[in-house]
Ligand binder design. Structure first.
Ligand code: GL9
Length: 791
């Protein structure tokens, strides 16, 4: 930004501020100042946005259909990508405005549950930054993921009406509204477009989020007839559809409203594509070239209703034969799987499908019939066809629909894609091996390093002598030449210390807990789930606590264990894990005997904005899922990129992190997928409990009264799961006790090695230098080259 542009920006900003508020500058509030800033930036984006749209009108495009986009805040990120962050910050400072305070007026757009939704947000950033025309389609939930408070150690949920004070980053496009028809209801789908600004390249892509609205706001006849509630009933029923994001990660909601949400945004998006296609290619009445210009990536099973919907629109509204419509769908759809947990693979009952769209159900049955015929013709018995069936009993298997119709199926890390082939979809792999591929996840370095960690960003730019690495993260490799440079290692340590100090301040302000910023920051932040094993971490903290109690002079590097994450409101055991973490924190933090050595913090309402402060400050990244269960993980990559060492199992993308940065520069522990498969039938958790004193000690502490769950039975439930066979199955489903000893030893090793500051810094730098592979720029280019065939 040169001086002239900066002056123009300043003028525009003042003009907007006054136009919006009709106040003199001195009288404007911080919120006014935030709104005007938003407005000014949108004005700046506008031209590039229009130009970008126009440019790709007649090009092949990829469409990313996702029920979730976990964006977070946009202000800082847009400024970074526009390349004017520092200048604007300085400009506001000169006006006497504190930029950080202004930033706090923006609510997170938290339209996602976790990794899957955040991945979608990273992907659209990377696509725009790589000049790929990728169009995002999703849902504009009026309530995002609930806000979490911790009260008395328990999770309490509050609403998240993130747009109650307006939404400066969207443009409502009434002229592109669609009608979505359910069996007994019709609604208007109104698009809100968000600009997706590419990194310093003039490209602006679009994320289009659909909002459900009634055709008329209000039934006047009913009102006149004194039926006041009924007068607005239809409006409410329409608005209900996009009112709230389902807060379940990996748990099928199985609810009518959820399927309606899915069909709602799929239908609107498909109609949008078809309508624009007819506008831009009016000569192609038979849609023979539709597949040449469209490829649709289905983000998990949630958007799979787009398949029957495309067929429906082509057949019923455009006179295409079913066979031809299906042939088009075959070339258009690609499917990404994000988990091997069975409870997440969606299967919808006939009842619900019928209630949402009887015609789509009919089409799904027609597709299933064709599948059966094809397999029979090739000599398959009924029984052999079973695992492929889209329709079994009265259930529709969404994944089977996507694999059968689509041309590509991918997992999100090497090990995960292998498990899909060997296990989850093994029958399909036998039939159609050519459809299977891997796309290891990535994260955008702009938000997760350039924005979140300005200090480390400047350090890297200075060491590499260029900032080109922001677009080409593989260049970080150049940092390897400083691995033995003590001065550089010291510099890194001092940046880490700055970020740790900043986090300590933030935690004091937000949680009221004082932490020692010279202690090890050992952080586990992610959704709360048994397979992610936060309780393994907690049990180990209890172990340390007991050890320190017994021997206060124990040789131990002071450690602060930090947790963050939400539990699905209906997930009893996950909520118990939160209570346990908070209860252990209460006991430990109030015990003077161990206080200068051990602290435990559960941060409230973990979200993108909190994450931006946690990742840069971490020393240890806890990635301790049961091997085989975490498809990829993406937090693991954010830690690595910010110079934290991974303490993890051989699971998801941890495997590739160890490969890239070296296992010797991280802390691997625990059983492998193969080892667990081998003992699956004979595993006896109780034996581990009775033979290992340390295990017995911590497990017993769950029910000894040392930690109090206030009669919620949360702790007894966790205790039971660990050592008592559960309804027919075995105890300790997720092998905590199997991995406990290994975890404990590895923790002890890192606790000691942390003290060799130079050696530790060297490992951190080694990790940063090899984090390039985990840029979502790399991932999105692989999608573009291998699956989408766009350039
Ligand atoms: C997830 C996997 O569990 C993660 O391991 C993976 O990194 C992400 C993105 O591919 O997808 N699948 C899934 O359903 N969720 C994931 O995070 N759940 C949530 O988003 C809460």
């Amino acid at each position: 930004m040169n001086k002239l542009v900066k002056e123009k920006f300043a003028d525009q900003y003042m003009e907007n501020l006054q136009r919006i508020t009709l106040k003199s500058f001195e009288d404007t509030s911080d919120k006014d100042r935030y709104d005007a800033l938003c407005d000014t930036i949108m004005g700046l984006i506008n031209q590039d946005w229009r130009r970008s749209k126009q440019k790709v009108r007649k090009e092949r495009k990829a469409y990313y259909l996702s029920a979730e986009f976990l964006i977070g805040r946009s202000l800082g990120n847009n400024l970074i990508n526009l390349g004017i962050y520092d200048e604007v910050k300085e400009l506001l400072n000169e006006m006497g405005i504190d930029f950080e305070e202004i930033e706090d007026y923006e609510d997170d757009a938290a339209l996602g549950n976790g990794g899957l939704g955040r991945l979608a947000a990273c992907f659209i950033d990377s696509a725009a930054s790589q000049k790929l025309s990728l169009y995002g389609y999703g849902v504009r939930y009026r309530e995002g993921i609930f806000k979490q408070a911790i009260e008395n150690g328990f999770q309490v949920e509050y609403g998240d009406s993130w747009i109650k004070d307006g939404d400066g980053w969207s443009i409502r496009v009434d002229s592109d509204a669609k009608i979505v028809k359910f069996r007994d209801q019709q609604v208007k789908a109104v698009p809100y477009d968000m600009p997706v600004v590419g990194f310093e390249n003039g490209v602006v892509n679009t994320l289009r989020l659909w909002q459900s609205e009634p055709f008329r706001e209000f039934d006047f006849a009913k009102f006149n007839n004194f039926e006041y509630d009924d007068a607005v009933a239809e409006k409410n029923r329409a608005e209900d559809i996009t009112r709230v994001l389902y807060p379940n990660d990996m748990q099928r909601a199985g609810k009518l409203l959820r399927l309606k949400q899915q069909y709602f945004f799929c239908s609107a998006s498909i109609q949008d594509m078809v309508e624009k296609y007819k506008r831009d290619f009016p000569e192609d009445l038979k849609f023979e070239n539709f597949a040449r210009y469209h490829v649709i990536q289905l983000n998990d099973t949630h958007p799979i209703m787009a398949i029957p919907e495309l067929v429906r629109v082509l057949v019923d509204e455009n006179g295409i034969y079913f066979e031809d419509a299906l042939a088009i769908a075959n070339k258009v759809f690609a499917f990404t799987n994000h988990t091997v947990l069975q409870e997440a693979l969606e299967k919808w009952s006939f009842d619900l499908m019928e209630e949402v769209s009887p015609r789509c159900l009919e089409i799904v049955e027609q597709i299933d019939k064709k599948l059966v015929k094809e397999f029979k013709d090739r000599g398959f018995s009924d029984k052999a066809i079973d695992p492929y069936r889209i329709v079994t009993g009265d259930l529709v298997h969404m994944a089977n629909l996507a694999i059968y119709v689509g041309f590509s199926v991918n997992g999100v890390a090497e090990i995960h894609s292998q498990i899909l082939k060997d296990d989850t979809f093994k029958e399909w792999y036998k039939e159609s091996p050519e459809k299977f591929n891997n796309k290891t996840n990535g994260i955008t370095p702009r938000r997760w390093l350039v924005y979140a960690n300005r200090e480390l960003t400047n350090f890297i730019t200075e060491k590499l002598g260029t900032d080109a690495w922001k677009k080409d993260l593989a260049m970080l490799k150049g940092l390897e030449k400083f691995l033995d440079d003590e001065k550089v290692l010291d510099e890194f340590l001092s940046i880490k210390q700055t970020k740790k100090d900043q986090l300590a301040k933030y935690i004091l302000e937000n949680e009221g807990i004082k932490i020692d910023s010279h202690s090890i920051y050992d952080i586990q932040i992610k959704r709360i789930h048994e397979y992610k094993r936060q309780h393994l971490n907690i049990l180990h903290i209890i172990h340390l606590y007991h050890k320190l109690k017994k021997n206060p002079d124990l040789d131990f590097t002071p450690t602060t264990f930090i947790f963050g994450g939400k539990a699905a409101p209906g997930y009893f055991r996950a909520k118990g894990m939160i209570k346990l973490a908070n209860e252990v924190a209460r006991v430990v933090n109030n015990d003077k005997d161990v206080n200068d050595k051990l602290k435990v913090v559960f941060v409230q309402n973990y979200r993108v904005t909190y994450a931006e402060k946690l990742f840069p400050a971490a020393d240890v990244s806890e990635q301790i899922s049961t091997a085989g269960k975490e498809a990829s993980g993406t937090g693991n990559m954010k830690f690595m990129l910010n110079g934290a060492l991974t303490l993890g199992t051989l699971d998801g993308a941890n495997v590739e992190i160890f490969e890239e940065a070296g296992e010797e520069n991280n802390y691997r522990f625990g059983a492998t997928v193969e080892e667990l498969a081998e003992i699956a039938d004979s595993y006896n958790a109780f034996e581990y409990y009775s033979k290992d004193e340390d295990i017995k000690d911590v497990v017993d502490s769950l029910v000894s009264g040392e930690f109090k769950d206030q009669d919620s039975y949360y702790f007894l439930d966790i205790y039971n799961e660990l050592i008592k066979p559960q309804n027919g199955g075995r105890a300790d489903q997720y092998y905590l006790l199997k991995d406990f000893a290994s975890y404990k030893e590895t923790q002890a090793k890192l606790n000691k090695e942390f003290r060799n500051r130079k050696e530790w810094a060297r490992k951190c730098l080694k990790n940063i230098a090899n984090a390039g592979f985990f840029s979502s720029d790399r991932t999105i280019l692989e999608y573009a080259d291998d699956i989408w065939k766009i350039d």
